[in-house]
Design a protein around this ligand. Structure first.
Ligand code: NAD
Length: 324
């Protein structure tokens, strides 16, 4: 199968090439997919994308005109893809339904611990040979209540870690889940009400967009720690800033940001006009931002590459069957 893979970073190249085992003719390019770059797909069967590529109806229609039959995303989430538009054009879609949920869960824990124990400030001070302890007091996770919204692969992986810390783990999921022995299932509101630490593990959908807003934060404990490694659109960022201002949110750890498209994954240090909302967010010392890197472990990258190639293999089989 002839394929063009967009938004490829240097750290992905080797893993993808290895996973491919020369089965498919894949062109790896660093450009993000957009209306301007869609033409790189000319003459190909499939395109491979990532979370911040533009896979809107406009771009999908252009890809269809170029003869593209398949789009594979190297992510669990599909919120960046206009699924309806793909369906209308007959383009098949595939994602990586699961890969190392521990990679994301462990990053969420890293954010939580770094915030709680002020590791970033402590390291900065230490580098300046300032070894005072003022301002570095944290709190024990042991005995605290951790609220999880979304109890799928990642939600369950993080529950196991927090259980290991000796936390009480409560959670809410829209699905009727059973056999989650170590998670107490409660309503969405009750999880928000009781949590000392709240971590989000749901996909971005119309139902989850802005699930954390002024109204839902009103029922949370004052000073709650909020961790978001899922999708930026789960938080209404403007309301979060207000909650930080009022001390309602005591700590915020985010690996994803509402307006991260065309921003994250690239160096924007020298941009003249920087994202004002994100700049404002980062003025708070109790806010920790990482650039959508939860997936970035050797294990996760390998599994993403393997599954992406498997998706192409399956389509290739269908293609051969259909043409015989
Ligand atoms: P999953 O499908 O295993 O679990 C998602 C869970 O959310 C499911 O149990 C589902 O029932 C639940 N859910 C859906 N809508 C809900 C709602 N309205 N209210 C409550 N629960 C709801 O997915 P996963 O592998 O655990 O991944 C979760 C999300 O994490 C992904 O959708 C993706 O957006 C994000 N993610 C981020 C990164 C990163 O690098 N930052 C990497 C992988 C995944």
């Amino acid at each position: 199968m002839k394929v063009v893979a967009y938004s490829i970073k240097p750290f992905e190249k080797e893993v993808l090439v290895k996973a491919n085992k020369k089965k498919h003719d894949i062109t790896l390019i660093s450009n993000a997919l957009s209306l301007e770059t869609a033409d790189y797909a000319e003459g190909k069967d499939a395109v491979v994308v990532f979370t911040n590529d533009d896979v809107s109806a406009l771009v999908i229609n252009r890809l269809a005109d170029l003869g593209i039959k398949y789009i594979a995303t190297r992510s669990v989430g599909t919120d960046h893809i206009d699924i309806e538009a793909a369906y209308k054009t007959g383009i098949s879609l595939a994602n990586v339904p699961t890969y190392s949920p521990q990679a994301i869960a462990e990053h969420a824990i890293a954010l939580a611990l770094s915030l709680n124990r002020h590791l970033i400030q402590a390291d900065e001070h230490s580098h300046n040979f300032d070894f005072k302890l003022d301002g570095l007091t944290g709190f024990n996770f042991y005995g605290k209540t951790v609220g999880l919204i979304g109890l799928g692969n990642i939600g369950q992986a993080i529950a196991a870690i927090f259980n290991g810390f000796g936390c009480r783990v409560i959670g809410y999921d829209v699905a009727n889940l059973v056999n989650l022995a170590e998670i107490e299932l409660l309503s969405f509101d009750e999880v928000l009400r009781q949590a000392d630490i709240l971590s989000l593990h749901v996909p971005l959908t119309p139902a989850t967009k802005y699930m954390i807003n002024a109204a839902s934060m009103a029922i949370m404990k004052k000073g709650v720690m909020l961790i978001n490694t899922s999708r930026g659109g789960l938080l209404k960022t403007i309301d979060i800033i207000e909650a930080l201002e009022q001390g309602k949110i005591g700590y915020l750890g985010i690996d994803v940001y509402e307006h991260e498209k065309n921003l994250f994954f690239e160096d924007h240090q020298n941009d003249r006009n920087k994202d004002l909302l994100l700049q404002r967010l980062m003025t708070y010392p109790n806010v920790l931002v990482t650039p959508h890197q939860s997936f970035l472990t050797h294990e996760a990258l390998q599994q993403i590459a393997d599954r992406t190639i498997k998706n192409l293999d399956l389509w290739q089989k269908d293609k051969v069957v259909a043409s015989t």
